[in-house]
Write a protein that binds this ligand. Structure first.
Ligand SMILES: C[S@@+](CC[C@H](N)C(=O)[O-])C[C@H]1O[C@@H](n2cnc3c(N)ncnc32)[C@H](O)[C@@H]1O
Length: 185
């Protein structure tokens, strides 16, 4: 047994204090994350932008079915301390490696062989997340990027980059709007 759902609900309520916490993922995005992880049978998942661990707890729930592991990076010390407590409270610390660090500089600490990645951090740094992650991805892996519609002013440069470099991707217009990128098999 674990306490994933109970702790996730507490984190969601706490995250509504928008001055202190940045937006957690929407409900449709949570479902999409879980479906993608299960369809891919993902064993190793990378997240950039843990915050208090709300999306991480959705990812971990999906990883219960695949016997997988989450590697997640957060640059803010206070949020890192909070997500550490939340993963402990949810009794899932064996399924997660939470890193206090800044991407892309601290991505070398993440092992290779990633099946799925989720980017939900500083939007203007998204190109550097992609470049820092690509070689760590297994063939056939996918990357999901959040806030593409809600932050289109900052994300247009990323979309242009994907087009210029012939990445295979599609836009998904749910919640804050996402991009799903495929690494060829
Ligand atoms: C929108 S919040 C993440 C929300 C979280 N994914 C969720 O749904 O519960 C973005 C987080 O990314 C962190 N962050 C921003 N830029 C970062 C970077 N370059 N590396 C690591 N963390 C970063 C911020 O401190 C913030 O906590």
């Amino acid at each position: 047994m674990n306490r994933i759902k109970e702790v996730r609900d507490q984190v969601y309520k706490m995250s509504q204090d928008k001055e202190k916490w940045q937006n957690p993922i929407g409900q449709e995005t949570a479902k999409l994350l879980c479906n993608l992880i299960n369809e891919l049978n993902a064993k190793k998942v990378l997240e950039i932008g843990t915050s208090a661990g709300y999306s991480g707890l959705w990812i971990i729930e999906a990883l219960l079915k695949t016997d997988g592991h989450l590697f997640t990076i957060e640059s803010n010390k206070e949020r890192y301390a909070t997500n550490t407590k939340n993963f402990e409270k949810a009794e899932v610390t064996h399924m997660v490696t939470n890193v206090l660090g800044h991407a892309p500089e601290d991505l070398p600490a993440i092992p290779k062989g990633i099946d799925f990645a989720f980017f939900d951090a500083t939007k203007r740094e998204t190109i550097s997340f992609l470049e820092g992650t690509w070689e760590k991805l297994n063939p056939g892996a996918k990357i999901l990027v959040d806030n593409v519609d809600s932050h289109i002013d900052k994300m247009q440069e990323f979309i242009d980059y994907l087009d210029e470099h012939n990445y295979q991707y599609k836009r998904i217009h749910i919640d804050a709007g996402l991009i799903l990128i495929d690494k060829p098999s």
